[in-house]
Design a protein around this ligand. Structure first.
Ligand code: ADP
Ligand code: NA
Length: 325
């Protein structure tokens, strides 16, 4: 049985990195799995301060983006994490199965807490809640971007430890990470990943952004002084990132692009990339606007939460039985 689970945080406006690393895979995978469950992980978002009204609005927006990208609610369950209380419940049970040393090794925590005052405990235990999200649904495959690999490994370790101590309870999940496109880089600093929660707006392109706005960002994207179009992630991260975006949006191999643009400047490459992106992103933006029926969205989210809860309740019962509750 192949069951897909994944989630996206309502912590900002989703970027083209989230699209290419996550949403796009969600759509492809819903067809070849036995079932797929896609969550809006609002409990994760509050590991950094959120404005309540914005949080509520963004959670619904992420669900609407799932639909606009092509997630089909008759094939996949779409729901909001906080609507299924078992996430928080299993999260606590698993915190007591996780070592401080393990949580301490998580690079996302180090990155997100570095230099910040008043970091909350939730940011530290975030990966354990993520383990609960995945293990609640007996997920076999978890489509994510490259940055989540370490968290999935922790999930597997916690699940194996639990099974060894209390008997077979959890399915051990596999990360499903694409070979290409799993790490879209920031436009201003192409050695860092593009993130919807980064401070500099110019570092990212939102999925729902106006072409006039993202055109400026692409034209300003950091490259190098060589003015030679070549794919070399280590020495030419900026140009390589643009080639990656181009390849994924145009469905043309990097090799073919490099050949085609031989002898041309970065300006030409950037201008053409903007055109390709305007086309592809325009289609998703159009569907997003068409789907703006809040009553229908409520219905889909309720149906998704009901389907998810049915599975989650069974898992939590199994876990509590095994642990002696
Ligand atoms: P963000 O890091 O932008 O706040 P999330 O933590 O909500 O996004 O992650 C949602 C999904 O998007 C995850 O599967 C994550 O790995 C993927 N993702 C995030 N940023 C990128 C990126 N720059 N390139 C590819 N995938 C990404
Ligand atoms: Na992330």
């Amino acid at each position: 049985m192949k069951r897909i689970f994944s989630g996206v945080q309502p912590s900002g406006n989703p970027t083209i990195g989230n699209y290419l690393g996550a949403f796009k895979q969600f759509v492809e995978l819903q067809h070849d799995a036995d079932s797929a469950i896609y969550c809006v992980v609002d409990l994760h978002a509050i590991t950094v301060p959120q404005d309540p009204a914005k949080l509520r609005k963004r959670s619904r927006e992420i669900a609407q983006i799932y639909l606009a990208c092509g997630v089909d609610p008759s094939k996949a369950s779409i729901f909001i994490q906080s609507h299924v209380k078992e996430h928080a419940e299993l999260g606590w049970l698993l915190q007591c199965m996780t070592y401080m040393g393990e949580a301490n090794r998580m690079t996302q925590y180090k990155d997100k807490s570095e230099g910040k005052a008043n970091v909350n405990v939730g940011l530290f235990t975030y990966p354990v809640l993520m383990a609960a999200d995945i293990l609640l649904y007996d997920a076999t495959h978890v489509p994510v971007g490259d940055d989540q690999k370490q968290h999935i490994e922790l999930t597997r370790d916690i699940a194996e430890r639990f099974n060894n101590r209390f008997g077979e309870t959890f399915v051990i999940p596999e990360p499903q990470i694409q070979e290409f496109g799993a790490r879209i880089m920031a436009l201003d600093e192409p050695t860092k990943k593009m993130s919807k929660s980064a401070e500099n707006e110019g570092s990212r392109i939102a999925l729902l952004e106006d072409p006039a706005v993202f055109k400026k960002k692409i034209m300003r994207a950091v490259t190098d002084t060589e003015n030679e179009i070549r794919f070399d992630e280590e020495n030419k991260p900026g140009v390589s990132n643009l080639l990656t975006l181009y390849s994924l949006y145009a469905d043309e191999s990097v090799e073919s692009l490099v050949n085609r643009y031989q002898g041309q400047g970065y300006g030409t490459l950037k201008k053409d990339l903007v055109e390709v992106m305007t086309d592809k992103m325009g289609a998703i933006q159009k569907r997003f606007r068409e789907l703006d029926d809040q009553t229908e969205l409520d219905r889909i989210l309720k149906q998704g939460a009901d389907q998810a809860r049915e599975i989650a309740e069974k898992t939590v019962n199994r876990v509590k039985d095994a642990m002696g509750f």
